[in-house]
Design a protein around this ligand. Sequence first.
Ligand SMILES: [Cu+2]
Length: 320
Amino acid sequence: MSAQQTSGAGATEPRHGMRLLAMWLVISAIADPLFWFLAGPHMPPGDMTTTASGAQSDFNVLMMAALPVTLGVWLYYGYAAVMWRASRGGSDLIGGPKARSNLRVQAAWIGTTTVVVLAAFVYGTVELVVPAGAGGGEGPQPIWTPTSKTILPIQVIAQQWKFSYRYPTYGGFETDQLMIPNDTTVAFHVTSLDVIHEFWAYQLEVKADANPGTDNVAFTTTKVLGNVTVRCSELCGIWHGAMFNFGHVVSKSQFQAWATTSEAKLAPVTKLLPAFSWSYTPDANGAAGGYYPDNADKYNKIETYGADKVSVADTKIKSS
Ligand SMILES: [Cu+2]
């Protein structure tokens, strides 16, 4: 076949489809690597943790698929504007062969979109399962767990309008400093003392709902030292916008020193806190009375999610 084909009117018409395809292949072959190598490494949320770099590479892979689609639309628009515009004083435009009931166009459209959507579905599912939930809250009994045998639990307690953290493997002390050791798999146990909040540690790519009475677990593994911004990302009341604080990924030895020092320094305060539990039910006195482990409240039927039963005497509830 020649590069020109004869239209019904007898005039030679360029093969627009082949032209568009060739131009599209060229600009896609240029744009995709440009994006991948120049912009890709700087895409949010960075690479501080395995889940962060996982999200970054997922974003880049999807962008590699989306760029040619976007460029194809723009290319067609520009090509049509140049090639098929009506010129002043020129002849009237004549429509091309109709696309409707064109079996080749229909089959190609349905086939291509089906392959793209199914591929995105499979890719997304694998990328969610393999990194153990990809930093999202998986509820109290995660079905996707990390392979690491040493997992550091950090409890995140949300309340109107602040975050605090308890370290159960260091005596259960509570602090508003989020310190995380580097090169460590962490299980964030996220809960709330009042309304629904959400723990969103942006640079860690961890985002988990904080529901009262629930232990919501999210995993990640730290890779790079640095600072972390923690925000509440579930509208939780008038000072929701002010509900944020900061965390730090520090070296293992720095973390160990900080944790053991804090455990010792805070021991007198920790004694006054309710015993460590995976979730808590606030006391009826609210701000004046603090909160109690859910499994110590005789009126509370909430599950304890594997936490040890705490004796009533420990929690200073008077059995009146
Ligand atoms: Cu909140």
